[in-house]
Design a protein around this ligand. Structure first.
Ligand SMILES: [Zn+2]
Length: 138
């Protein structure tokens, strides 16, 4: 197999999302919460999708949730992830009510995976600049 030398894709790091990534580096999960209607929402955006107000804050999240659904990846589209297979591409339903995309780790894949399994956040420091938020069985 040919050696793969391209860098792995990086998450978007903008003024809007910087507080999320900075919190991740501190091993904290934060998600947007509207100051007007108190709704949490995901993904980060300029206005609350419920009431359209632009007054929102980054609020601490419990890091707890459930596997809403997942798929097991054996052949990643990006060869940079070849060493990670099989991995669980997962939509996590956080206890705060929003769904985020992540991976389930620290378990046997696919044997231990179940829809609706309880999960909790773990923080992977993949480089000095980047920490990724993944989930393990709770
Ligand atoms: Zn709102």
């Amino acid at each position: 197999m040919a050696e793969y030398n391209k860098p792995l894709p990086r998450a978007e790091y903008s003024d809007l999302t910087a507080p999320f990534w900075e919190a991740a580096k501190r091993h904290e999960l934060v998600i947007p919460r509207c100051r007007k209607c108190n709704a949490y929402f995901w993904y980060p955006r300029e206005a609350c999708p419920r009431c359209l107000q632009t007054d929102w804050e980054w609020a601490p999240a419990s890091g707890k949730g459930r596997a809403h659904t997942y798929t097991v990846v054996y052949q990643p589209q990006n060869p940079g992830f070849n060493e990670d297979v099989p991995y669980a591409y997962t939509i996590v339903q956080l206890d705060e009510g929003v769904r985020i995309i992540s991976n389930i780790v620290n378990c046997r894949i696919p044997d231990d995976l179940r829809v609706d399994m309880p999960l909790e956040a773990v923080f992977e420091d993949v480089s000095p600049e980047w920490t990724l938020i993944k989930f393990k069985p709770a």
